[in-house]
Design a protein around this ligand. Sequence first.
Ligand code: ADP
Ligand code: MG
Length: 377
Amino acid sequence: MLEISNLVKSYAGERARRGGSQGARVFAVNDVNLNVEKGEMFTLLGPSGCGKTTTLRSIAGLEKPDSGHIGVKGRTLFSAGAGRKTVNVAANRRGLGMVFQSYAIWPHMTVFHNVAFPLQVRPRGQRVGKNEIEQRVHRVLEVMELRRYAERPATKLSGGQQQRLALARALVIEPELLLLDEPLSNLDAKLRESLRYELKRLQRELGITSIYVTHDQIEALSLSSHIAVMRDGEVMQLGKPRDIYENPASKFVAEFIGSSNFVPGHVVGRSGDTYTVDTQAGRLNLTSAADMPAGTEVSAAIRPESLELTTARPTDGQNVWEGVVGTRAFLGDAVDHLVRIGKIELRARSLPNVSLEPGTEVFIKLPADKVSLVPID
Ligand code: ADP
Ligand code: MG
């Protein structure tokens, strides 16, 4: 559906912009490759400044990349660089739906007409009847919880409502490819959560292929069919939400999506995907898809909720370490215990009914399939 290869977009660096000639260029997007299938909710996730918006704007045709290729359903939208034919289709000829962080609504129209307008101005062949327009507009207004404001001037909406209106307006045309740049970021937490599910349902029902940009890991995990985790203009890891969460390939990904303990160690043995790793806290047996030969310095990454904390010694003694509770924190739906094991400290997350006094001697089990191996840096 959407294919992006070797996409590069750079800007003049700070010094060059101030008139100097030596400023290094900033690579906002640095050799990005993506392949999005029809019907996907594909998310670009990463911290502020990692190149998400620039990638999205390049797809939309609002930014001219330095080089690379962008194609939708076999049609080239952009192409440039060594050995490539130069193509750059204008934004308004790309046929994409867009909702950006800085949304724009039509101020002189009512809410209803804001949403109906894109349907009314369609080219002759694609126009739909008045009744169908009404139905479709009401349906998306309903989903966006805007139905009761249908007759209100669009300017008499709150910021959050205007953002939902922008979303409704993009959805109503049921575009083949919908580009969403942090569309929920101006909403309060409750509304953001409910809209997240509505968006997912709607996207599925309408079969719209979407590229979703966010810096919010929960949003990315809950909405996406696939996630590309970006950093400094590059895709660090690409996969299904669960795969990325359970098998982060780097410290960056393990920390950016969720939180993780890292235990330094080195590989002492390997047979296929079964590893033996010696760490400062003890030996670990684990399975990992990583490719690390014996002798490699590694970090064993394990999520706080994957650690099993008990006061009685577990019957299966593999990957069991002994430690002492340092501090604990009640989080409402969970309790975190910081457990000291020799020189290292691990954070273990338990159900809220487990609460152990500081000083309690405990056993910590690290399930073999829950530990990931990542490079040390
Ligand atoms: P994100 O959306 O992930 O926060 P952006 O794509 O907006 O990141 O920006 C990526 C990088 O490119 C940042 O370092 C940003 O400062 C830089 N950048 C973006 N737009 C411009 C511009 N018009 N001029 C110069 N630098 C830019
Ligand atoms: Mg952005």
